[in-house]
Design a protein around this ligand. Structure first.
Ligand SMILES: O=C(O)CCC(=O)C(=O)O
Ligand SMILES: [Fe+2]
Length: 310
């Protein structure tokens, strides 16, 4: 595994371009930062995009991935819906598969999609286990296009799958969804959040069995303290192996930040000035896009998602 060594904040500034290029070329990049503080994670994130918050996030959009997560808010009543906070294996998935919303931006609406990228920071690794699992679905896509174009067609057809988690539902989606700008966005999760159409069942299950469960397509890496992994969520699946925590105070702890897609589809309400806040849209507030400190410093990777052969 190639790691970008950044012993100082300045060295990170110097490497940003290379890190972004690596994400565009390979789907992910690992950075060894000078410390494991939340501000360091924030620094990295702001360069690559706008933070998209999460129902478990703090005011900065930062989510704790730890079995120690405190019980304080409404979502905690549905704790078993959130796999990030247990110590079991978490099968490779797209973050935010269940997101398909609408949020108000002044006099327009943005269609809310899964985050384009996720950034994970390790601030304490597990006593044993807990390796991150990565799958480059670009390779899987190309293989599937050659070996089974019919399955690829089915999995690219809207309506093949619906994902639902807690109060969120993304109805009638596709595993490979072409966005308005031509980007192919991945949306996959293989657990009880997925509901598959009868006509897509064989294609969906064999995608998991023949590709995603196949060690040949998996990369394993164990993040060390202070390491930050930047992942293209529209191209890569990520997961983690089960782990065990050490003694009290030695629990595995990660922080996670989501970055929003830069070209979310824009809609206008037909009522013009008469639009009003509706209760059905309330549940998307928890996944809104946060203000950015200085957009002029933002230099995202040139492309995200799966690319089609020219
Ligand atoms: O625990 C991890 O390494 C990743 C957890 C995860 O994928 C998530 O919370 O979305
Ligand atoms: Fe995840």
């Amino acid at each position: 595994m190639m790691v970008f060594q950044c012993p100082t904040r300045y060295s990170l500034f110097e490497r940003y371009g290379d890190i972004a290029d690596q994400v565009a070329a390979c789907g992910y990049a690992v950075v060894q930062a000078w410390d494991a503080e939340p501000d360091t994670l924030k620094d990295v994130c702001e360069r690559f995009g706008r933070v998209q918050t999460h129902i478990r996030a703090d005011a900065n959009g930062l989510v704790g991935i730890s079995t120690e997560t405190v019980v304080n808010r409404d979502w905690e009543k549905y704790r078993s819906e959130y796999s990030g906070i247990n110590s079991e294996e978490f099968l490779p998935h797209t973050d935010g598969s269940y997101l398909h919303g609408l949020i108000r931006r002044d006099d327009q609406y943005l269609q809310l999609l899964p985050p384009k990228m996720l950034v994970l920071q390790c601030w304490q690794s597990a006593a044993a286990g807990g390796a991150s699992v990565l799958i480059d679905v670009q390779q899987v896509y190309e293989d599937l296009a050659r070996e089974n174009p019919e399955h690829l067609r089915v999995l690219s057809t809207k309506g093949c799958v619906t994902y639902c988690r807690d109060d969120q539902i993304a109805l009638d989606r596709a595993v490979f969804e072409e966005l308005q700008d031509g980007t192919i966005m991945l949306r996959f999760r293989y657990d009880s959040t997925a509901y598959v159409a009868a006509w897509a069942s064989e294609a969906f299950h064999s995608l998991q069995q023949n590709y995603f469960a196949n060690p040949k397509f998996r990369t394993l890496l164990t993040l060390a303290k202070g390491q930050i992994i930047v992942i293209d969520n529209y191209r890569m699946l990520h997961g983690r192996e089960s782990f065990s925590n050490g003694d009290a105070g030695q629990e595995r702890k990660l922080r996670r930040v989501w970055l929003a897609y830069d070209r979310l589809p824009v809609l206008r309400n037909v009522g013009g000035e008469q639009h009003r806040d509706r209760r059905a849209l309330k549940r998307f507030d928890a996944y809104d896009i946060l203000p950015h400190a200085d957009l002029s410093t933002m230099t995202p990777p040139t492309a995200v998602g799966i690319r089609q052969a020219a």
